[in-house]
Design a protein around this ligand. Structure first.
Ligand code: GLY
Length: 571
């Protein structure tokens, strides 16, 4: 195993040691490395944080399966990656069991019972995006803990074993990375503004790489979950702490909302691409359907002969993105509340019709592509983990607080950040939000409804067996990133590093602009402009993909995105 040393967190003064659970697992939370690639593993985890990946891999080594590892990794992320790991958010899981059964578990947040479609509209008719994006009112009823327990029946080990590493990390602390220090420093003013009690994440003198973060209130919450299961979060002391905090900040989540929250098992969104079957997330995520539409729009085009990052392939894929995202804005929302025409949007005739006005060599005008409405802005600060075990179970999980560090509100006494997922609804159909964007009726706020997501945890199967497990954060860029990573592998034959790490691009119909990640040549940028594409300001980074591919001998190759502290672990 070739190890890439990117970060070595030093043991600092003031560290009093770490707990028995982590010691037994051979994990030192004060000295750990980022590993970007692993080849030849039997079982592996790729996630946004080295400690979380190490916890997941330790669970695999102890005889746990991919579901055990996914649960333990998520719990560890809730401690070591407050940026997006969470107890106070929600997520989606796509899984395939070794017997071939496929699962989609939806633990997306829900609008509280007291929510209503105009709750972010002020008396002057203006949408208040501060309220939908920050603080207590922006929070949906959290789903993550229910999701962990909905996936637990597929696991093998005791729940105690899965949660103990997270409790150890919260109780005894861990060293933070330079990136986490920067992230926490960037939200210090917000932490002051949107909290009613001082959270441990607030540090007057600022955070720096190597600082120890201990979270005793979070440890106590994890211990209540360990003791009482799902009820340790949705009822009793934790629920009361959540409701007290929400009330102090004029939010609307009630004890009833929490008690009634259920994760839902759904039928995965499945489709074929050539000889492969792609298994992804159905509504309330737009991800599976968008990926399906886009892969089908290019299936009969010869992308392979166009070549990776050629002008022809970038233009074709951009036009495909434009058409799929126009449909997203018009037709997609929580299918329990709105009739989403999923089947109609992927029939061969419909796909052909959508591509009829595609003109190689010329940008289509978004105004002419369908009558849909503008997209609501969606935050990108989500996180993904991929797991494959030696028995052939595969799990892809994408989970989110929405914005980085969610609503910036920490539940007083319970020590975890609550999400700001209400902003993923169309704040009000027909009324522009602060970004000038409009949202569709399909995604309007209703009590108990789940807000539309783009999260796309995905498993690609070959001959019925997991072949590629992947996903990424990135808000509306997520389906486009999956589309590119898969095309990079399946058509352009890129290595897994290049498929994940090479610059990505993004078009979402409206605004009618093409977003490029830094790294495209001046020549291609000039050519795209001359074809009529409006190029947005280049972005430093788009997403953070975690990908596992099964090699012909059954061993795994695993990659963690270059763009963050993302790291792999396995054996
Ligand atoms: N909040 C990001 C998403 O659900 O897509």
């Amino acid at each position: 195993m070739k190890k890439q040393l990117v970060l070595l967190v030093a043991i600092l003064s003031g560290v009093t040691g770490f707990g028995q659970v982590l010691q037994n697992a051979g994990i030192n939370p004060f000295a750990y490395k980022i590993e970007k690639k692993l080849t030849g593993a039997k079982g592996a985890v790729a996630s946004a944080h080295p400690l979380a990946s190490l916890v997941g891999a330790a669970i695999l080594k102890q005889g746990g399966n991919a579901f055990d590892a996914a649960i333990a990794t998520q719990l560890a992320l809730a401690v070591v990656y407050p940026y997006a790991g969470n107890l106070g958010g929600g997520g989606f899981l796509i899984g395939q069991l070794s017997n071939g059964k496929q699962l989609a578990i939806d633990y997306r947040e829900k609008a509280p019972a007291a929510a209503h479609r105009d709750m972010f509209i002020e008396s002057d008719g203006k949408a208040n995006t501060e309220k939908s994006q920050y603080g207590h009112l922006s929070a949906g009823v959290p789903g993550t803990v229910a999701g962990l327990f909905a996936s637990y029946p597929y696991a093998k080990l005791s729940f105690d074993k899965l949660i103990d590493p997270a409790i150890d990390l919260a109780t005894n602390g861990f060293c933070i990375t330079a990136l986490e220090a920067r992230g926490l420093n960037a939200i210090q003013a917000d932490l002051k503004k949107y909290n009613t009690q001082t959270p441990v994440l607030l540090k007057e003198q600022g955070w720096k790489e190597g600082d120890t973060l201990r979270q005793p209130q979070l440890a106590a919450t994890l211990n209540r979950i360990k003791e009482k299961g799902k009820a340790g979060f949705y009822e009793g002391e934790t629920a009361q702490l959540i409701v007290d905090e929400i009330k102090r900040g004029n939010g609307i989540i009630s004890l009833e909302d929490l008690k009634n929250y259920e994760a839902v098992s759904r039928t995965p969104h499945r489709f074929t691409y050539k000889d492969l079957v792609i298994v992804s997330m159905p509504m309330p995520s737009s991800g599976g359907l968008l990926l399906n539409q886009m892969m089908k729009m290019v299936e009969d085009k010869n992308l392979r002969s166009m070549g990776f990052h050629s002008l022809a392939s970038v233009q074709l894929m951009t036009e495909v993105m434009r058409r799929a995202y126009a449909d997203r804005a018009e037709f997609m929302g929580d299918a329990d509340f709105y009739l989403v025409p999923t089947r109609e949007l992927v029939t061969p005739d419909y796909i052909k019709m959508r591509m009829k006005d595609y003109d190689p060599g010329k940008a289509t005008d978004s105004k002419q592509v369908g009558p849909g409405k503008l997209l609501p802005k969606e935050s990108e600060e989500t996180t993904h983990l991929s797991v494959l075990d030696q028995e052939g179970n595969a799990v892809a999980v994408t989970t989110t607080l929405n914005n980085s560090y969610g609503s910036r509100t920490v539940i007083g006494g319970a020590g975890f950040i609550i999400n700001d997922q209400m902003d993923d609804f169309s704040i009000r159909p027909g009324v522009p939000n602060m970004y000038g964007a409009l949202g569709g009726e399909a995604n309007a706020i209703q009590p108990g409804k789940r807000m539309l997501s783009s999260m796309t945890p995905t498993i690609v199967t070959k001959n019925g067996k997991p072949y590629i497990v992947l996903g990424t954060p990135g808000g509306t860029t997520i389906p486009n990133q999956l589309f590119q990573t898969l095309i990079n592998l399946l058509e352009f034959d890129l290595s897994i590093e290049d498929a994940v790490n090479k610059p990505k691009f993004h078009h979402q119909w409206l605004p009618d602009e093409l977003v490029l990640e830094k790294g495209f040549s001046e020549e291609i940028k000039m050519s795209l402009k001359s074809m009529g594409y409006q190029l947005a300001r280049e972005r430093n980074s788009i997403g953070r993909t975690e990908l596992i591919r099964v090699l012909p001998d059954g061993k795994l190759e695993v990659i963690a995105d270059r763009r963050g502290d993302d790291s792999v672990a396995g054996f």
